[in-house]
Write a protein that binds this ligand. Structure first.
Ligand code: CA
Length: 229
């Protein structure tokens, strides 16, 4: 269904999607940034999030549904959202090249504000050790515990592989905010909206099924949106 939707809605990007998000040879060893040709952000396409099997799940949408200037404004609005926080530390199930510290593709590359400018393989994002093994996760910590209202996952390569977003309460218990099929394509946010949580959270876990979207699945940044009260 997913591939059909892409074929239908995003025909002009199909060659890229079929080939997946590949690392070019020059970026295999060094934490340098590769800049493969990337199409412009998808414009005027509508993506409908499939119904989630999780009864607690909330709406998932992406900025892909916005066109042109509206897309750019939305990116800016998210970056400067006063209720938004960017992660300050992160761990992951695995990491490309076993990258440590702030090396390219390490979990730390998913902390802070977005810094990947074009869709494609880029060391300023986290990715797993292998491209298509299956279940992988990224676990992020934030400066301030908040009652969560939204989580925004900025996907920058092989988008569409997220299957679950969880928040952890003060006691360390995980709460599923969303589980389902990720409608994200290209360089975009997967946006998970939730009724304000009764608990405060400063930890978010993103789970991916990397086999769903062939090639490298990379996450540039993850924003937690919420408030004190
Ligand atoms: Ca990043």
């Amino acid at each position: 269904m997913k591939s059909y939707l892409r074929l239908f809605c995003f025909g002009f990007t199909l060659p890229l999607l079929i080939s997946g998000c590949k690392k070019d040879s020059s970026s295999q060893e060094a934490a340098t940034t590769s800049k493969p040709a990337a199409p412009a952000p998808t414009a005027s396409s509508t993506v409908t999030a499939p119904a989630s099997p999780d009864p607690s799940a909330q709406a998932a949408e992406t900025t892909a549904k916005l066109a042109g200037a509206a897309w750019a404004l939305k990116q800016d609005e998210i970056k400067n959202d006063p209720k938004g926080q960017w992660a300050i530390s992160a761990t992951a199930s695995s990491t490309y090249n076993d990258a440590q510290g702030i090396a390219g593709w390490s979990p730390n590359q998913a902390t802070g504000a977005p810094n990947v400018d074009k869709y494609g393989d880029d060391g300023h994002a986290w990715t797993s050790k292998t491209p298509d093994a299956g279940i992988e996760w990224l676990d992020l910590k934030y400066p301030k515990p908040v009652h969560a209202e939204e989580v925004r996952v900025r996907e920058s390569c092989g988008s569409g592989a997220v299957i679950k977003v969880e928040a952890f309460d003060e006691a360390g218990a995980a709460h599923t905010l969303w589980a389902g099929n990720d409608p994200t394509t290209e360089l975009n946010y997967l946006i998970i909206k939730t009724p304000k949580t009764s608990y405060k959270t400063d930890r978010v876990k993103i789970t991916l099924a990397t086999n769903v979207v062939p090639g490298w699945n990379e996450i540039d940044a993850v924003q937690l949106v919420g408030s004190d009260q």
